[in-house]
Design a protein around this ligand. Sequence first.
Ligand SMILES: *[C@@H]1O[C@H](CO)[C@@H](O)[C@H](O)[C@H]1NC(C)=O
Ligand SMILES: *[C@@H]1O[C@H](CO)[C@@H](O)[C@H](O)[C@H]1NC(C)=O
Ligand SMILES: *[C@@H]1O[C@H](CO)[C@@H](O)[C@H](O)[C@H]1NC(C)=O
Ligand SMILES: *[C@@H]1O[C@H](CO)[C@@H](O)[C@H](O)[C@H]1NC(C)=O
Ligand SMILES: *[C@@H]1O[C@H](CO)[C@@H](O)[C@H](O)[C@H]1NC(C)=O
Ligand SMILES: *[C@@H]1O[C@H](CO)[C@@H](O)[C@H](O)[C@H]1NC(C)=O
Length: 929
Amino acid sequence: MNMMIAFQLKQHVLFLVMLVIGSMMLPPLLATFEIQCIDRERQALLKFKQDLGDVAGVLSSWESHQDCCKWRGIRCDNETNHVTALDFSRLTDSARWHVFDGEISSSLLELQHLNHLDLSDILLTATKIKFPEFIGHLSRLKYIDLSGGVGFEGAIPQQLGNLSELQHLDLGGSYYVYTTSLDWLYTLHSLEYLDLSGVNLSQVTNWLPALAKVPSLRELHLSVCHLPEIILSSSRPTMMNFSSLAILDLSRNYLSPHSIYSWMFNLSGSISYVDLSSNSLQGSIPDAFQNIPSLSYLDMSYNEIEGGIPRLFGNLSLLETLNLAYNNLYGEFPHFPEVMKNLFERKLKHLDISWNRLNGSIPEDIGNLFNLKFLDLSDNRLSGTLPESIGRLSKLEVLYLRSNHLEGIISEVHLFNLSMLRELDLSFNSFQFKINSCFVPPFQLESIQLANCTQGPQFPEWLRTQHNFSDIDMSRAQISDTIPAWFWDLSSVGLSFLNFSHNHLYGKLPDLTSKFFPHHALLDLSSNNLEGTLPLLPPSNWSLNLSQNRFSGSLESLCNSGDLSHLDVSDNLLTGQFPDCFQHIGSSFITLNLANNNLSGSIFPVSSHCYLQSLNLRNNSFAGELLQSLRDCNLQVIDLGKNKLSGSIPAWIGDNWSDLVVLSLRSNDLYGEIPSSICHMTQLQILDLSLNKINGTIPKCLNNLTAMAQEQSSTLTISYGMITPNGRSLKLDYDDSAIIMWKGVESEYKSTLRLVKTIDLSRNHLTGEIPNEITSLVGLVSLNLSRNFIAGSIPPQIGQLHLLDFLDLSGNKLSGVIPMSLSHLTYIGVLNLSYNNLSGRIPSSTQLQSFDVSAYKGNSGLCGPPMTNTCPGDEVILNPEKTGHHDEEDTLITTGFYISLGLGFVFGFWGTCGSLLFKKSWRHTFFKV
Ligand SMILES: *[C@@H]1O[C@H](CO)[C@@H](O)[C@H](O)[C@H]1NC(C)=O
Ligand SMILES: *[C@@H]1O[C@H](CO)[C@@H](O)[C@H](O)[C@H]1NC(C)=O
Ligand SMILES: *[C@@H]1O[C@H](CO)[C@@H](O)[C@H](O)[C@H]1NC(C)=O
Ligand SMILES: *[C@@H]1O[C@H](CO)[C@@H](O)[C@H](O)[C@H]1NC(C)=O
Ligand SMILES: *[C@@H]1O[C@H](CO)[C@@H](O)[C@H](O)[C@H]1NC(C)=O
Ligand SMILES: *[C@@H]1O[C@H](CO)[C@@H](O)[C@H](O)[C@H]1NC(C)=O
């Protein structure tokens, strides 16, 4: 018995030992059966790689392995060894896009067992690559993703209809691809996912009936497809019910409400996601939405929807996301408390009603939105205070209330429980922060946007608790303090956007070299009382505005700061010359404003490429020859007025700077003639060469200044988009401004700069006559040729300049009569013809007689009203009462006129964008900034 057991035990041990040995031998044994890719397919893949042009070497690992089933992006069937998947969606961990400069090789046809083809992360840089037709012959394909940057052109091959097993077809982002028919979809009985975003479907009038024949469709994306309006045959509406459809994206087409609603409300019950943003939806939100109780996501932003927020949303008990931003919704927010109650207390997580015209106040029960993560009510007309209950929203991550009429105190109660808050934007209301300095907010903000929220006079102590922010805007916060040293070390991630402009900050700035985020950074400390030298900044791509402070010393400190795309240090006490480093950093400027300092020397030479578009050196002491160093810059705005520049205006000016809009060389020591190349500046709107020693005649070709020869303008401002630090959705533009002599006063124009068209050549040594051609510049609002030696007569057609508000020809040698047409200038507010040799009767019109005698004096030969001397042979004396007090009224008419001119244009050209511009109430600013 014992022996028996011993023997059996022995056997067991032996067996175990054999097992162990066996399993040790197993791997090499198995390896001979290991998947090995088929050589024909391997060759095909190598050809594919070769034709793809792997410039970046992303597929370099391919060669190293004999077995192509082990290559990155390849999967094989584990039994047949055939390649079944080509998946480039996660080729590397680092980059999203991989650039190739070749094309998709038809060698892939060899992979007849391919069922998964994903080329979504590749970017073909070659142009005019036809959509690969052969894909339609890979008959086992179930999954195709060619979305994103692939970059094909031309028609979608109808052969795709042969892929009867296809379940997923994603061609999203194919902006150069079109199709004239979707009939090839009929045979795709298994298709569940279809994304044709970007494909031009403008010729496919039956797109909807065609899609309705794909019964299995669950997800449909047709964004930016230029979809024709839907024509529904009323006889068979049930054919359109898309019984499986759950996700529908029709964004960025121009579909009308009639088109969309007529079939959407007949969809069967499973739809949960609807994106109708950026279409042409008008009218109010239809009640029929309540027939889609399955909705959890609804985006109707960027339309022209009007009216209030309807009751129906209260019935959509599954709604999680509601986006109605950028519409014309009005009425109280929220109009129906019970609606909001239903919404709020259920699922709603994301509510965006920004950029509408909602008024009323934010209700106290906003605190019941337990699930809310994202709330954006910016750019409405909401008033009242911020309910304290908002502080209860413990899941809220983003709160934007920017640009409303909200007011009152923000205290720790409002922030009490917002423990998840990451982004806070309360800018441009009338809030006043009063936070106890002992209070520790439960959040760590990443973005702090509190422009125009009063914080001061002390620097806000509560900031001390925040360590994750990279964006901070506390401009116009009434802070009268120094920036405490601890502030600069708060952010552990590094600052990329800092705006403390328009406060009363004083003191010096420390060395900021280690305080900023290294890539793009925006620092705006303008309009404070900061002093000392300009700060030392780390090398980065900067937008830097330190204007209107009391910084002194030289520009030397900027030499370390890397690329300065936008630099504005105007209105300081800076002295010295351009440091040598400007030869290099000079080529990074897009805008440079050094106006109103005491800088001297010559203008810096730009070493290589010049991207400079706007240069303002006004009111310094720069000397030397003009501009040679900036010859290769494609400038739009140049203001070198009030310096000591000498020499003549170079002949190349009009050819090299042909895009110039503003040219001011006012008040320098320039001499010589105006080169006729100046007429090549077809964009020129503001030409100011006054107060120099320019001689010769006014070029006759002035009529080639086409921008001045047009009454309207294509935009209101001259803006340069700034790189947005940190990728936040802040739209940052640098709006250019120009100083213009407007009726004898220096005025700054910014928000309506593009409407101003003026020529000022006054106080020079010009001779010759006023060229007739000047009368074709019908966009001119101001023309000043005074104090020259211009002779001849006033051009008879001067009345064509019917927008003229200001005309000064005084102090010349003009002779002859005042042309009749001058009396057609109905908008003229200032006229000065004094001190010439004009003669004859002043033409009669309410305009010309309404000016003071001083407008005509110094012309011994003029007669008739308003002069007191009657003309020879006059019998009728005009009733002086008739002329009245027109001055005031005229200015008003003129103002109104330009406003309507601008608005007419804005609404005509920009459509909905016009209303955005209008919201900025720029009408108050036409005659100011
Ligand atoms: C082969 O793959 C199929 C699915 O693709 C899997 O179910 C099966 O277990 C695999 N067989 C082996 C031996 O790995
Ligand atoms: C594929 O489609 C084309 C055109 O749609 C057709 O002519 C051809 O016969 C189809 N081939 C197969 C194998 O179905
Ligand atoms: C779309 O295609 C039509 C004709 O096929 C063409 O006229 C139209 O310009 C295209 N639209 C765009 C935006 O490419
Ligand atoms: C800024 O705040 C002040 C008072 O706090 C207010 O009067 C003003 O209207 C606000 N400005 C803007 C643009 O919101
Ligand atoms: C203009 O002035 C320059 C010198 O400043 C002189 O050489 C030139 O002859 C003058 N031209 C005319 C037309 O008077
Ligand atoms: C003015 O424009 C006309 C027609 O475009 C052109 O022939 C002429 O050369 C231009 N003159 C100047 C001086 O630019």
